[in-house]
Ligand binder design. Sequence first.
Ligand SMILES: Cc1cc2nc3c(=O)[nH]c(=O)nc-3n(C[C@H](O)[C@H](O)[C@H](O)COP(=O)(O)OP(=O)(O)OC[C@H]3O[C@@H](n4cnc5c(N)ncnc54)[C@H](O)[C@@H]3O)c2cc1C
Length: 392
Amino acid sequence: MRHVIVGNGVAGATAAAELARRQAREVEIYTAERHPYYFRPRLPYFLAGEISQEDLYVHPPSWYEKRGIKVHQESRVMRLMPDQKRILLADDTEVPYDRLLLATGGVSFVPPIEGAEKKGVFTLRTLDDALAIREYAARCQEAVVIGGGLLGLEAARGLKVLGLSVTTLEFSPRLLPRQLDDEGGAIFRRLIEGLGIGVALKAETKAILGNGEVRGVVLRDGREFPAQMVLIATGVRSNAGLAAEAGLQVERGVVVDERMLSDAPNIYSAGDAASFRGRSWGIIPVARSQALVAAANMAGDNVLYETVVPSNTLKIVGIDLTSAGTVMPEGEEFGEIRRSDPEAGVYKKLVLKDDALVGAIVIGDKALARKLERMVIRKAKLSREEALNASS
Ligand SMILES: Cc1cc2nc3c(=O)[nH]c(=O)nc-3n(C[C@H](O)[C@H](O)[C@H](O)COP(=O)(O)OP(=O)(O)OC[C@H]3O[C@@H](n4cnc5c(N)ncnc54)[C@H](O)[C@@H]3O)c2cc1C
């Protein structure tokens, strides 16, 4: 039985390891990248020059050898041929499979901004992106980051550490619009500004200025920011083109059922590439659990995926922020407890439903953040009184 995996990110690598653990014989990974499997969340630290390239790599080559997993780097898959149970590589080689996993991840989404094709405009998804950004940053003094989400802020901090003057532009009225409410957002903004990173909110980018090379950014309301480089961090889209071209059902990502099986026989998908119940989460815990389920089913077991509660932690040294589960509840069935101390940079919000903790935001209290995150993931029982005590 030949198990072929397209993509060597966390979903592909996890599935390969799980297949090997289940004694699957032939396991092969095909990846477009020229680097071994690396941990994307560490890219902002690499960008900042705080860790080396080697620190990004997850496994030494011997790890794969020991498990009998063959990894083909710089092997882009160009086409799926489900009828023949084959894939076509860029060098025209056809590779047969019995079971195929599409773990092709995501690509940075670039909105239609005038001037986005100029020299000095970047996105951060891959190690090659990070290498290119670092090289270019060496000749810049000012950078603009478009997007005040987790990735945008982590990248902004990386550029700041490299010595650039950085401004982050966020379209919505607060930073981290998906993870924070207005009150937490205001406290968090002060913490970010305290790092020396400029923040502009309600900032709708009109155009990236410059004659061929970036010279600045102008917003629709006329505000202008000088910059020699721009990093666009406005989200991720599933990389599902291969599946769509082969006629598989694709809605944002490759549509999969609870077994991570697509609508084509023997073709599975997991991670950022997949769409389960209309959603593609774009986070590692989801990619990992989906990959384990896909691998189990590819190996002949019958395992069903259970939705993972989303949780995000900002990885900026000196700022502890965790946002887990439902943090902006709508409906009378939810209860909320909020405590804030803007001077101390502390904010806590607990969201309750049916006497269980279903969401939490914690800024400035790492120990509490860990505890509440675990409770949210378990949907732990918590009365209002206990919640009041926990947050005090
Ligand atoms: C800078 C950064 C920081 C992040 N921080 C966090 C964090 O703190 N927490 C968190 O949960 N998530 C974080 N994420 C998101 C997380 O990295 C992704 O959810 C995760 O990488 C998804 O894994 P994946 O295996 O599905 O896809 P990917 O990691 O995108 O891997 C996809 C692989 O498929 C390959 N591929 C694509 N198309 C082809 C093809 N046609 N042929 C061959 N190979 C192909 C790609 O080259 C790549 O190797 C971060 C992402 C970035 C970029």
